[in-house]
Design a protein around this ligand. Structure first.
Ligand code: GAR
Length: 187
């Protein structure tokens, strides 16, 4: 079994899709959910699925010994970011080379970077009058949304599109592609 940890800060719809996909999987197991947000929806999701969850303070998350203890205890081999709002510290990048992935709700390198999250991304796409948007799955490096791209999928932006309607289309793609891509990478 390969054990993965999901790091998430928000609603957790991607975390839910990934957990569902790997439920009873032959070789991949979601062993841990980590969040920095005590109100994150992902805590309830983990609880319902009997997956260990950890709410970590900024100090804990930034401390190599603390994080090593947590991740080693569960033999975590891969980290999947699903709407996680903190920068990944260098010690984790070194511990998991090319084994930390992120999903972004736009076609990077456009509309990425610090603060570009959720509806802010979709609003920026609309303000810029883009004809298409989509998702980017990429390796994580020391900068927000800048690691090597693994997969992109596109959606058309309609003339009467709102941030909410675009968000729905993009989330649909996220839920469809993130788990499959993780499965391919771990094979
Ligand atoms: C997702 O749309 C994900 O792409 C985005 O956060 C959302 C989390 O939704 N991530 C970023 O914007 C990273 N810069 P969820 O909590 O429902 O999975």
């Amino acid at each position: 079994m390969k054990h993965i940890a999901i790091f998430a800060s928000g609603n957790g719809s991607n975390a839910q899709a990934i957990i569902d996909y790997f439920n009873n999987h032959v070789s991949i197991d979601v062993a841990l959910v980590v969040t920095n947000n005590p109100d994150a929806g992902v805590i309830k999701i983990a609880h319902q699925q009997k997956i260990i969850s950890a709410i970590v303070s900024r100090n804990f998350f930034g401390n190599e010994d603390s994080m090593n203890k947590l991740l080693n205890a569960l033999n975590i081999e891969w980290i999947v970011l699903a709407g996680f709002l903190q920068l990944i510290p260098d010690f984790l990048l070194h511990k998991f080379p090319k084994r930390i992935v992120n999903i972004h709700p736009a076609l990077l390198p456009k509309f990425g970077g610090k603060g570009m999250y959720g509806n802010k991304v979709h609003e920026a796409v609309l303000v810029n009058k883009e004809s298409e948007s989509g998702i980017t799955i990429h390796y994580v490096n020391e900068k927000y949304d800048e690691g090597e791209v693994i997969l992109q999928k596109k959606v058309l932006v309609d003339s009467n599109e709102s941030a909410e309607s675009l968000s729905k289309k993009v989330q649909h793609l996220e839920h469809e592609w993130y788990s499959k891509t993780i499965e391919q990478l771990l094979k």
